[in-house]
Every structure is written in C-alpha cells, then in structure tokens.
Write a protein that binds this ligand. Structure first.
Ligand code: KIV
Length: 312
C-alpha cells in the first residue's frame, strides 16, 4: 500500500509534512507513517552552534549580529529556526510575560525556569541567561554562583549582567570561572530608581565620557560583548569604534555591531508602552484577537468542530 499516494490531508500531521490520504476514514498506518516521517528531520546534522568566538569573528569581519529575546519553547524555536545569532532570556520577561511594572521582582528561580524552556528549543543560537536584580549585586561569590546556575541548571552558554565599572570585579570573576559574560550599560532597567525612569543616558559630555569608560571597563574585565541600551547613536558609534568586543544596541542607533529587540515588541504582542526605538515586524496581538474571536463565534454558532475535525 502506498501510504503517501493518499489525498486527504490529515489535520493533525499535515502541518509537519503535508501527508495525504485518499481514504474516507484516515487510516492509522498513514498517521503513524506521517509521524515517523518527521523523525529523520531531527537526525539531519545540525548547523554549527553559534559561540562567543563567532560574535568576535563577526565584529572583525564587519558582519552584523542579531539577538532577540525569547522566554519559552515555541518562540525560542521560531527565533532559532529564523537564524537569530543569540537568544537572550531577558529579565524583561517580568514586564512582557509576567505583566509586572518593571524587572526588579524577577527571581533567579524564574530565570532558570524560562532559560530551561528556551535551551530545550534552541539548536543553533547562543543562549544567554540574564542575571536578575539582586542575583549579583551583593557579592562576587553570589554573582559567580548564580551565573553558574544558568549554565549548570538551565543549558545557557553565557550570561548577561547590567552595570559597568562598579561590577567589573564580578565580570572578572564570572569570566574567570569560564562563564562568558555579555555586559549591559547605558539605560539599565534594573537601575530604574537611580535613573528616575527609563531615560536616555549619556546625553551630556560628562555622562558620555563616563559611558565610554564603562564600556572600556567591561571589555577589560573580560566581557565578550556589551549591550548598549538607550544612548545617543553618535555615542554608540564612538563606543563601537573604541572596543574590540562587539556592541549590541537597543535604542542605540544603527552603528552598533549588532542589535537586540524584545520579542514581544518586535511581534506586536506588547502594547502597554512602545518606545521610539521599537520596530514592529508583525501585529500578533491583532492576529490573535481576530483568531480567538472567530473561534469563540464558531463555538457559539455550532460551526466548530465540524465533522472534519471529529473522529468517526
Ligand atoms: O531583559 C532584556 O530583555 C534585556 C534586553 C532588552 C537587552 O535586557
């Protein structure tokens, strides 16, 4: 019997491999064959993993680096399949996933939980876990132990940490334990109360000079890259030129070595506030609303499920 000559598309398996069957009743064999046909895909050799060395290589070669946040299995899988260089499990999850006001309440436990989901999905990208507020500020020992948990318990290959010269000792100790560090300076959301809100940083001459010093300090401490958030593009350009490690910008203009965005901003899933630097590449909130409203309507009108979506 030629299972694959069949025409009727199976609703459950078709999304994977367009398996078809002509029989009026979906036959079990076809369903099994269809499921099995998905397996060889997994056995295909994976593309090589992106490493921190690739970040440095890209900077040397003048190639741009793409970074995107993700917080769960399905979206991490999509980001990875799209070829994103690094998936950052940002503490921004507090705002865009948990619905809280800022990132300060996010815990290590929550970060490990989300990073695990992301690591399970990602095959190629570099997975970076974000150190939440108070997981590294108290002591170098705390910083190293918590950074290590991202690699040991959650499958990340690097961590991100907010701060400049004042945390250089922690960056040095973490990298000294063979844990690659992405630094993060400029508008650092965990410093919201010191900054008096989410405000563009480095606008005065002295603030700009201080930021250049911060950038040099984190490079000197061993960071493999640095996020520049919420700073004027001219300053970001200057920092990018001054450093040999790549700069990854968010609200820092086009001259950085790479860019990072929050997934929910890029996909139009978050609209509580939309900063100027965001570009929406989709409007999934509207698409989801339309789909869910249609589902509700069809349930209420008795149109879903039809006989096609039912077993015989
Ligand atoms: O938490 C986060 O997602 C971040 C990025 C936006 C850089 O820090």
């Amino acid at each position: 019997m030629d299972f694959f000559a069949h025409k009727e598309v199976y609703p459950f398996v078709a999304p994977y491999r367009n398996i078809a069957c002509t029989q009026a009743d979906p036959c079990q064999s076809c369903v099994y064959r269809a499921i099995i046909s998905v397996l060889p895909k997994k056995e295909e050799p994976d593309m090589p993993r992106v490493t921190v060395q690739d970040f440095l290589k890209k900077k040397t070669e003048g190639k741009k680096i793409s970074v995107l946040t993700a917080y769960d299995y399905p979206f991490a899988q999509i980001a990875d399949e799209a070829g994103i260089d690094a998936v950052l499990v940002g503490d921004s999850l507090g705002v865009v996933v948990q619905g809280i006001e800022n990132t300060l309440p996010v815990t290590m436990h929550e970060m490990i939980y989300h990073t695990r989901m992301v690591s399970r999905a990602v095959k190629n990208a570099l997975v970076i876990g974000d150190m939440p507020f108070m997981s590294y500020q108290v002591s170098v020992e705390d910083a190293v132990r918590n950074a290590g948990r991202f690699l040991k318990e959650a499958g990340a290959a690097a961590i991100k940490i907010e701060g400049g010269a004042e945390i250089a000792d922690k960056i040095r100790a973490i990298t000294g334990s063979d844990i690659p560090v992405m630094a993060h300076i400029g508008l650092t959301p965990q410093s919201i109360h010191r900054m008096g809100g989410y405000k563009v940083q480095g606008k005065t001459g002295s603030a700009a000079k201080k930021l250049i010093e911060e950038a040099c300090a984190v490079e000197e401490a061993g960071a493999f890259s640095v996020v520049l958030e919420g700073i004027p593009m001219g300053l970001a350009k200057e920092i990018t030129k001054a450093l040999s490690i790549p700069t990854i910008g968010i609200g820092a203009g086009p001259y950085c070595d790479g860019q990072v965005l929050v997934l929910h901003d890029l996909l139009g899933l978050f609209d509580r506030f939309v900063p100027k630097f965001i570009k929406r590449y989709a409007n999934l909130k509207e698409d989801s609303l339309r789909a869910i409203r249609e589902y509700k309507k069809e349930v209420e009108e008795g149109l879903f499920p039809s006989e096609d979506q039912s077993f015989k």
